[in-house]
Write a protein that binds this ligand. Structure first.
Ligand code: GAL
Length: 314
C-alpha cells in the first residue's frame, strides 16, 4: 500500500484472525471478535515425552491478579496410567464441578490436531479428527475474549476459523485440516488432482497469507487438457475478485476486497448441483453456475500467484 492510501472499511465478519505458528508457551492471546457460535479454534502440536499436563483455557480477560474467570478449562493429563481430559470452569477464583473424559487418544511423544467447535449451548472437541467430548457452557460464551495455552505442550499452530457457512444447522462436524508452514506440497504453483471431478457436496478449502507487493492470485479448476472452465481470480492491481470462465468471460464478485499483504485469508468453494458456492473468510459470497458435466470433468485444482499457502484441502 502506498503512503496516504487508506483501507476500505471492511465488515468485521470478514476479518480473520491470522494463525499463530510455534508460539512460546505459556501463550496468551486475544481472540479477535471473541467467541460465538460457529467459531472454531484449531490447535496443532506435540505432547512432550515427559508431559504431565497442559491446558487450553478460554478466558474472560487476561488479568494476572485477580485471575480471570475461565469459561472453559480443557486440561489433558498424562501422569496417570490412562491419559484423560478434565474440563471445568473457574468463576470468581473458584473451580466448579469437574467433568472427566477418559479414553484420550493423545500419547506422550505424539503429534495431534485438536479442534474446538463452539456451538450455541456447548463446545465440541475432536481429537485427531474424531469426536471426543462436548461441554455445556456454564458461563456465557460472549464473555470469552482470550485464549491461554499453558503447561507441557509444544504448539505448532493455532488457527481461528469460522465453520462452513453453507452447512445448515451446523450439523457437519468439521475436520481440523492442519496448517502447514513451509511445506514442499504447498509451494506455488500448487496442484491437486481431482480424480473424480467435483460432485455436489464436495468442499475445497485454501488458506494462506498474501505476500508483500502482490500482483495476483488465481485458483483454477482445470479439465484433463489443462483448460480452465472455471477460475477464481484476485487482482491486486484493480483490487477485484472475479470468476473467469474458459479464460475469457469475467464476472465480478461484489464483495469487500479482503486481500492485503501479510493478511491471512480463507477461500472455501462448495460444489452444488450445477455450480460452485464461494465463501471468503467464512462469509458466503454467492455462487457461480457451472454445468454439472463440466464439474464432473474437472481433474485439477491449481493455485498460483502472490500468496503463501498454509492449507489446501480438496
Ligand atoms: C485442579 C488443578 C487446576 C485445574 C482444576 C480443574 O486440581 O489444580 O489446575 O486443572 O483442577 O478442575
Amino acid at each position: 500500500m502506498s503512503p496516504g492510501e487508506t483501507l476500505d472499511p471492511i465488515p468485521d465478519g470478514f476479518i480473520l484472525q491470522p494463525p499463530v505458528f510455534h508460539p512460546v508457551i505459556p501463550y496468551v492471546t486475544t481472540i479477535f471478535g471473541g467467541l460465538y457460535a460457529g467459531k472454531m479454534v484449531v490447535l496443532q502440536g506435540v505432547v512432550p515425552l515427559h508431559a504431565r499436563r497442559f491446558q487450553v483455557d478460554f478466558q474472560c480477560g487476561c488479568s494476572l491478579s485477580p485471575p480471570p474467570d475461565i469459561a472453559i478449562h480443557f486440561n489433558p493429563r498424562f501422569h496417570t496410567a490412562k491419559p484423560h481430559v478434565i474440563c471445568n470452569s473457574l468463576q470468581g477464583g473458584q473451580w466448579q464441578a469437574e467433568a472427566r473424559w477418559p479414553g484420550l487418544d493423545l500419547q506422550r511423544g505424539a503429534s495431534f490436531v485438536i479442534l474446538f467447535l463452539f456451538e450455541n449451548e456447548e463446545m465440541k472437541v475432536s481429537v485427531n479428527g474424531k469426536h471426543f467430548l462436548h461441554f455445556r457452557y456454564r458461563l456465557p460464551l460472549w464473555r470469552v475474549n482470550t485464549l491461554g495455552v499453558y503447561g507441557d505442550v509444544l504448539v505448532k499452530a493455532i488457527g481461528f476459523l469460522n465453520i462452513n457457512p453453507f452447512v445448515e444447522g451446523s450439523k457437519e462436524y468439521p475436520a481440523g485440516h492442519p496448517f502447514l508452514l513451509y511445506s514442499a506440497r504447498l509451494e506455488l504453483p500448487c496442484s491437486r488432482a481431482l480424480p473424480r471431478g467435483l460432485w455436489p457436496g464436495q468442499v475445497i478449502i485454501v488458506r494462506g497469507l498474501v505476500m508483500q507487493e502482490p500482483k495476483d492470485f488465481t485458483l483454477s479448476l482445470n479439465d484433463a487438457v489443462a483448460r480452465a472452465p472455471v477460475a477464481l481470480r484476485v487482482s491486486f492491481a484493480d483490487r477485484t475478485l472475479t470468476w473467469v470462465s474458459h479464460g475469457r468471460r469475467r464476472k465480478l464478485i461484489a464483495a469487500p476486497f479482503l486481500f492485503y499483504p501479510q493478511r491471512f485469508f480463507e477461500v472455501l468453494l462448495l460444489c452444488r448441483e450445477g455450480g460452485l458456492k464461494l465463501a471468503l473468510n467464512g462469509q458466503g459470497l454467492g455462487a457461480t453456475s457451472v454445468d454439472q458435466q463440466v464439474l464432473e470433468r474437472l481433474r485439477e485444482l491449481r493455485i498460483s500467484g502472490s500468496v503463501q499457502l498454509y492449507c489446501v484441502h480438496t
